[in-house]
Design a protein around this ligand. Structure first.
Ligand SMILES: *[C@@H]1O[C@H](CO)[C@@H](O)[C@H](O)[C@H]1NC(C)=O
Length: 149
């Protein structure tokens, strides 16, 4: 761990709000371009998600299309198999996005990822899609996480 990462980890542990850009893979964003993915808190990667806690997700993207609606679909990919990952609100238009979505506008999609205490302590990949009116992915991102007790 470098000095900079160390300082960030300490500040986060002290309870400062830390939104941390995470490395993500694009899994087929069709109608938007993802600029940045922040998970809060995630001082070390892969993000360590503690059972019973909830994590902030903030995806910055620029839309290529107009859309009245946006719907999130979240999966946990365990050993290659996608399993539905429930989130509190699937409506992107109630998650920081002012709809209708306009072409060439940049948006911050803000939601939370609750980690239930009954989840197993394993590594998995979170796959987060946000679909437009035509069920095409505005974005599809993947980032690895580790669920911890
Ligand atoms: C989401 O991230 C953007 C870019 O860093 C930031 O400007 C915005 O305030 C964040 N929104 C929330 C609710 O954290």
């Amino acid at each position: 761990m470098g000095l900079q990462t160390g300082v960030i980890v300490v500040l986060c542990l002290m309870g400062f709000t830390c939104a941390d850009p995470v490395k993500f893979k694009d899994c087929g964003s069709e109608s938007a371009k993802v600029v940045m993915v922040d998970i809060n808190p995630c001082p070390v990667q892969p993000c360590q998600l503690k059972k019973g806690d909830s994590y902030g997700v903030n995806v910055t993207f620029t839309s290529d299309v107009q859309s009245q609606t946006s719907t999130a679909v979240v999966h946990g990919v365990i050993a290659g198999v996608p399993v539905p990952f429930p989130i509190p609100n699937e409506d992107g238009c109630k998650s920081g996005i002012q709809c209708p979505i306009q072409q060439q506008q940049t948006y911050h999609y803000v939601n939370s990822l609750p980690v239930k205490s009954e989840y197993p302590a394993i590594r998995l990949v979170v796959e987060w899609e946000l679909r437009d009116d035509n069920k095409k992915d505005l974005f599809c991102i993947r980032f690895p996480v580790q669920i911890v007790s």
